[in-house]
Design a protein around this ligand. Structure first.
Ligand code: TXA
Ligand code: MG
Length: 356
């Protein structure tokens, strides 16, 4: 494939594919670049594209071989199914069946937007992921919608990171993980929300929250009443959501998450920092708590939860780039969007979660 002027070319990795990066920020050229990406999807290739949550790694969802390449590029476990991204013209009955009224209500209320619904799937459509259900999402991001529209097929897309690493919220994050392994990246700058879509399972009799996101539990329950909540953070794993059982969102340094009142948790973090033998420790905390951390290595995560959610993955990646080998994170309050932020931080911390 020809390499255009505004293109970065990453070669020499083990997959050794030429990864073309095209900006979709210029109003004069974005349509033509999206059309080119749609051709890649149609011909069975892989395109990373922006969404309102994180960048996705897309392939034709109806082409099992193309979708299979996603697993190879990401190093994704074969039993972890993919979210299928659709646009407003797609007839979901083609791939889903027995769609309950509650799911329809949520589609009306929150699509397009950062909400994924797990539904019973029609037999024989997908051979990847080994599920008799399908997760559907209609993104709000205009460029994502255009890519789906011009591809003319639903697009299977997990987050465009190497499995286990923090999700990508910029095209550079994607390039760092998948350069040389995928055909194309559409660059639209930083993503708006930063945490992945809320996932609700409608494949059983009671709707269940499988992954919290920026469409909060309260917003969901306002629309359809009470929903069950899967064991989101503990050892207990719901077999309905394979992705939740793997270590996720992890930087290379050892990450410890400390939960408690700001004064108490910051004191604990400072004590651990003092006792730390690591070469380059760093503290991550809400920017509002900055004064609690004078004269120590500190990165502010942002002031409001919306800002923290949008920054969190970029900050974790920066910790890798700056070679911080030990990372202390002060948690946020687990309400509304804070639930999603803490869900991701707990996964990044694994067993290293301390309540004080
Ligand atoms: O915001 C998002 O959802 C982003 C963007 C790119 O759209 N995508 C994303 O995909 O986060 P991924 O693969 O990183 O996370 C999808 C999660 C995984 O935990 C997966 O196991 C779960 O959704 N999932 C996918 N299909 C499922 C299904 N049929 N049943 C249960 N869980 C499913
Ligand atoms: Mg992911």
């Amino acid at each position: 494939m020809a390499v255009a002027k505004n293109t970065k070319n990453v070669a020499g990795r083990w997959h050794n594919i030429e990864t073309i990066v095209k900006s979709v920020q210029d109003p004069k050229t974005f349509k033509q670049n999206i059309m080119q990406a749609a051709e890649v999807i149609k011909s069975g290739g892989l395109v990373a594209f922006p969404t309102e949550t994180v960048y996705g790694l897309g392939a034709n969802a109806l082409d099992n071989e193309a979708a299979g390449k996603i697993y190879f590029a990401k190093g994704r476990p074969a039993d972890n199914p993919l979210i299928v991204h659709i646009d407003k013209n797609f007839d979901i009955e083609r791939i889903a069946r027995d769609v309950p009224a509650g799911a329809r209500l949520l589609m009306d209320a929150f699509w397009p937007g950062p909400l994924t619904l797990v539904l019973k799937s029609r037999a024989g459509v997908f051979s990847y992921g080994h599920m008799d259900t399908v997760a559907l999402r209609m993104p709000k991001h205009l460029k994502a919608q255009l890519l789906i529209h011009h591809s003319g097929v639903p697009i299977a897309a997990p987050s465009a990171n190497i499995s286990g690493r923090p999700s990508p919220t910029t095209a550079d994050h994607v390039l760092a993980d998948l350069g040389g392994k995928i055909d194309m990246i559409l660059d639209d700058g930083a993503c708006q929300h930063g945490v992945e879509s809320t996932v609700i399972d409608f494949s059983e009799s009671t709707p269940k929250l499988l992954r919290p996101g920026s469409i909060t539990l309260k917003m969901i329950e306002n629309a359809i009443g009470k929903v069950a909540v899967a064991a989101l953070n503990g050892e207990e794993i719901t077999p309905k959501s394979p992705g939740t059982k793997y270590r996720h969102y992890s930087p290379k340094g050892k990450l410890t998450l400390v939960i408690g009142e700001p004064q108490i948790s910051s004191a604990k973090i400072l004590e651990m920092l003092q006792n730390s033998t690591s070469k380059s420790p760093i503290i991550l905390a809400p920017t509002a708590n900055k004064d609690l951390y004078a004269n120590v290595p500190f990165i502010g995560l942002g002031r409001r939860d919306e800002e923290i959610a949008a920054n969190i993955y970029a900050v974790l990646r920066r910790c890798d780039d700056d070679e911080h080998d030990e990372i202390f994170v002060q948690g946020v309050e687990e309400k509304e969007l804070g639930v999603a932020i803490m869900n991701r931080l707990k996964k990044a911390a694994g067993a290293n979660v301390l309540e004080v």
